[in-house]
Design a protein around this ligand. Structure first.
Ligand SMILES: Nc1ccn([C@@H]2O[C@H](COP(=O)(O)OP(=O)(O)OP(=O)(O)O)[C@@H](O)[C@H]2O)c(=O)n1
Ligand SMILES: C[C@](O)(CO)[C@H](O)COP(=O)(O)O
Length: 230
């Protein structure tokens, strides 16, 4: 439920092919325990309090997405050639006012818990320009330099998840600037940072892992089974 006095809206980017997953279908339509990843992602955002949902979809799969999202009130728009382009097209399709909180979420992070959605929303309502959920890095990290490598202090590193939040007007403007300048970034926090905005970090969650390779579906299925015992 949204307890804030501004609308909270979302773009769920689902237009990728999922080449690393290697399924017959676009990745967002692949089912996890009989429910499409995109449906799980949209349901989690609705549980977290969003009121308007735009989903970017690949050309040629509109009907399958419509079926997967039946009853959610989602609007579908075609995505672009990159995630960044899909986000820009999705933002353009939202009807909410510029001061609405917008959350951009990867359909591939299908198991994001609603409390992460709420944390990101609250950070924006409380005044952050941009908010992203993060987790500490658990592996030792090396940076490849010249012919060798060197240790990086992992205490300083965080792995970034979605949803990423901002005010709708601010995020639209950031993406327009990237397009005008021909700059590619990997996420929406970096898009806002390009325009000089400050990024706030909130705690992410292991369940918001990005389903990328076939083994990730096995992990995700195990997480779902474990959730029933929580
Ligand atoms: N042109 C694109 C590319 C990606 N995405 C979305 O961005 C999210 C993160 O991308 P990723 O998980 O890397 O998905 P794919 O690009 O589909 O994967 P791959 O690189 O394995 O092809 C996904 O929900 C994906 O559907 C999108 O909407 N439009
Ligand atoms: C947005 C993201 O999921 C944050 O970790 C990530 O940057 C997407 O990158 P990808 O290369 O499109 O998977």
């Amino acid at each position: 439920m949204n307890t804030h006095n501004v609308p909270v809206v979302t773009v769920v980017v689902a237009a990728g092919s999922g080449s690393r997953l290697g399924a017959r279908l676009p990745k967002a339509l692949v089912e996890l325990d009989s429910v499409a990843l995109v449906r799980r992602a949209v349901d989690a955002l609705l549980d977290g309090g969003v009121s308007e949902v735009v989903v970017t979809v690949p050309v040629g799969h509109e009907e399958a997405f419509r079926e997967a999202l039946a009853g959610t009130g989602s609007r579908l728009v075609h995505g672009g050639a990159t995630r960044q382009e899909s986000v820009r097209l999705g933002l353009a399709a939202l009807a909410a006012p510029d001061d609405a909180v917008v959350l951009v979420h990867d359909a591939a992070r299908a198991l994001v818990p609603p409390e992460v959605v709420q944390r990101v929303t609250s950070a924006i309502v409380d005044g952050a320009d941009v908010a992203v959920p993060v987790l500490p890095v658990v592996d030792s990290i090396r940076s490849v330099v010249g012919g060798g490598s060197e240790v990086v202090d992992r205490a300083m590193l965080r792995a970034v998840q979605t949803p990423q939040g901002a005010r709708l007007g601010l995020l639209r403007e950031a993406h327009e600037w990237l397009r005008r300048d021909g700059v590619e970034v990997t996420d929406d926090a970096a898009a806002c940072e390009y325009r000089g905005h400050r990024v706030a970090l909130v705690p992410g969650h292991r369940d918001a892992m990005k389903i990328t390779e076939p083994v990730d579906l096995v992990f995700a299925s195990a997480l779902l089974a474990e959730r029933k015992n929580r």
